[in-house]
Design a protein around this ligand. Structure first.
Ligand SMILES: *Cc1c(COP(=O)(O)O)cnc(C)c1O
Length: 425
C-alpha cells in the first residue's frame, strides 16, 4: 500500500499499540488536530478530578494540616516518578521553580565549583531564555567569564567538531538543549558529555524538549546536571513547575545561590544560620506551588503507563511518516524540511520552512472557511513546528494536517491574513 493515502494512515492507527491513550485526554472540539504538544501538552481527563480533590479536600478541609499528610513530600514523590524517564535515581531529581530559574541555580553552582575556569559554552540553537540566564550570570559574577556559542552550519544541527573547537582547557561549563527547540536536532548526550569531561568542563543538559518524547540516559551518559520543564510532553499544565537533576556524587560539592528555607537542612528549626540540606533538597528555595505540582501526578501516571520506549517507537514511526508526506505533497509547494533526516538525531517535532510560514500558521489555526482547526506553532523567521505527541496524536492527524497545508498553499488561503505578529506565536 502506498503511504500517501488516507487509508494508509487509518491502517497505521489500527495497528498502533498506544492508540487507546488518545481517549485519556480532553478534547472539547472533536475536529481539532493539536500539533503543539511540544509547547503545551494536552489536559489529561483525570487531572480536573484530581485537582478538584486536592483543592477541596487537601486545601479546603485539610488546611495547614495537609503539610503533614502529603504536601511536604510531594515534590520528592513526583520527582521519583519522573526519574526513570530521564535515566536518573530518584534522589538525584527534584521538582521546583521554572526551567530558567533552575538553570540559573545549577549553572551558578557549577561555575562556583569550577573556580579558575572562565569558559561557558552553549550553542546558537539553544533556547533564548537559556542564553539570557547565562549572560546574566556572566554579569553577576563580574564579567570574568566568557560565553561562547557554537554555531550551526545548517541552522539545524551542531557538529562535534564545532563543539570541540569552542571547548578548551579553560572551559568551566557546557550547557546545551538535548533536543533543540526549533529543528528538533538531538545531541548524542553520551559522546558530548565525554568530550566536555575530557576538557574538564561540567555539562548541564536542558531536557525541556526531550523529556517525555525520547528516553534520556543521564546516569549512563555520566551527565553532571540537568533541568527541564513539565508542561510540554509531560502534560503538567501551563506554568507547571520544572525539574532539576544533580548527579549523586556532586550534590555535596555544589551549593544553590538561592538559599531559601526549603533548601535548609532542617527548615522547621527556624535556625538563623543557613545550613544546606544533605542531598538534592539543597537546590530547593521556597514553598513549592502545591496546586500546579499536584496537576503533574495524573500526567506522570499516564506517561509511566505508556512507557517511554513505546512512545519513542511510535514517535519515530510518526516523524518518519510526516517527513515522507512533506516530501511527497509539500516540497513541490515551496516547503522545505528544517529538521534532521537522521531519526537517531531527532526528537519528536518536525519543523518545516516556507516563506509564508507565519500566515500559513494563522490560516491553520483560524481557518474561517469551515475547514478543521489545526494547531501547530510558528517560530521566527519562517518555521512551522509540527509537534508530535505520541500519547495523543494519530497517524490520521498527521495526514490531515499535511493535506490542509497543501490546500492552504495551493489555493493561497493564507493571503487573507495580515503579516503582523501576535504577542504569543
Ligand atoms: C520551554 C523551554 C524552557 C522554558 O523555560 P521556563 O523557564 O520553564 O519558562 C527552557 N528551555 C528550553 C530549552 C525550553 O524548550
Amino acid at each position: 500500500m502506498t503511504p500517501y493515502t488516507k487509508e494508509y494512515a487509518i491502517r497505521q492507527d489500527e495497528k498502533d499499540p498506544l492508540k487507546h491513550f488518545k481517549s485519556r485526554f480532553i478534547k472539547s472540539d472533536s475536529d481539532l488536530i493539536y500539533l503543539d504538544g511540544n509547547s503545551l501538552g494536552m489536559l489529561p481527563c483525570e487531572t480536573p478530578h484530581h485537582m478538584d480533590r486536592v483543592v477541596k479536600e487537601e486545601w479546603g478541609k485539610g488546611l495547614i494540616r495537609s503539610w503533614n499528610t502529603g504536601w511536604y513530600e510531594r515534590s520528592a514523590q513526583l520527582a521519583a516518578k519522573l526519574a526513570p524517564l530521564i535515566g536518573a535515581q530518584p534522589e538525584e531529581v527534584m521538582i521546583a521553580d521554572s526551567t530558567s530559574v533552575n538553570l540559573f541555580k545549577l549553572a551558578y553552582a557549577a561555575l562556583q565549583h569550577q573556580q579558575g575556569r572562565k569558559g561557558i559554552v552553549s550553542d546558537q540553537l539553544n533556547f533564548p531564555s537559556d542564553i539570557y540566564v547565562l549572560q546574566g550570570l556572566v554579569e553577576l559574577l563580574g564579567n570574568k567569564h566568557q560565553l561562547r556559542l557554537a554555531s550551526s552550519a545548517d541552522e539545524m544541527t551542531v557538529s562535534m567538531e564545532e563543539l570541540e573547537k569552542q571547548l578548551s582547557d579553560d572551559s568551566a561549563l557546557l550547557t546545551l538543549s538535548h533536543v533543540v527547540f526549533k529543528s528538533a536536532f538531538m545531541y548524542d548526550m553520551k559522546a558530548v558529555t565525554r568530550l566536555a569531561h575530557k576538557k574538564g568542563a561540567m555539562v548541564l543538559w536542558d531536557l525541556s524538549h526531550a523529556v517525555g518524547s525520547v528516553p534520556v540516559y543521564l546516569n549512563d551518559s555520566n551527565a553532571d546536571l540537568a533541568i527541564g520543564c513539565t508542561y510540554k510532553y509531560l502534560n503538567g499544565g501551563p506554568g507547571a513547575p520544572a525539574f532539576l537533576y544533580v548527579r549523586k556524587d556532586l550534590q555535596q560539592k555544589l551549593q544553590s545561590p538561592v538559599q531559601g528555607w526549603f533548601g535548609q537542612s532542617n527548615p522547621f528549626e527556624f535556625n538563623l544560620d543557613y545550613q544546606p540540606a544533605v542531598g538534592i533538597n539543597r537546590f530547593l528555595a521556597g514553598t513549592p506551588p502545591l496546586l500546579s505540582l499536584s496537576a503533574l501526578e495524573p500526567a506522570l501516571e499516564i506517561m509511566t503507563e505508556a512507557g517511554i520506549n513505546n512512545l519513542r517507537n511510535k514517535s519515530v514511526l510518526q516523524t518518519r511518516y510526516l517527513i515522507s508526506l512533506v516530501e511527497e505533497y509539500l516540497s513541490p509547494l515551496g516547503f522545505s524540511l528544517a529538521s534532521p533526516g537522521d531519526e537517531t538525531r531527532r526528537g519528536s517535532h518536525i519543523s518545516i520552512r516556507h516563506a509564508e510560514a507565519y500566515r500559513i500558521c494563522k490560516a491553520l489555526i483560524d481557518p474561517q472557511t469551515g475547514d478543521r482547526v489545526i494547531i501547530p506553532d510558528f517560530r521566527e523567521p519562517d518555521n512551522i513546528r509540527l509537534g508530535i505527541a505520541p500519547l495523543y496524536n494519530s497517524f490520521l492527524d498527521i495526514y490531515e494536517a499535511v493535506m490542509q497545508l497543501k490546500l492552504l498553499v495551493e489555493e493561497e488561503l493564507y493571503s487573507r491574513f495580515p503579516l503582523t505578529r501576535e504577542t504569543v506565536t
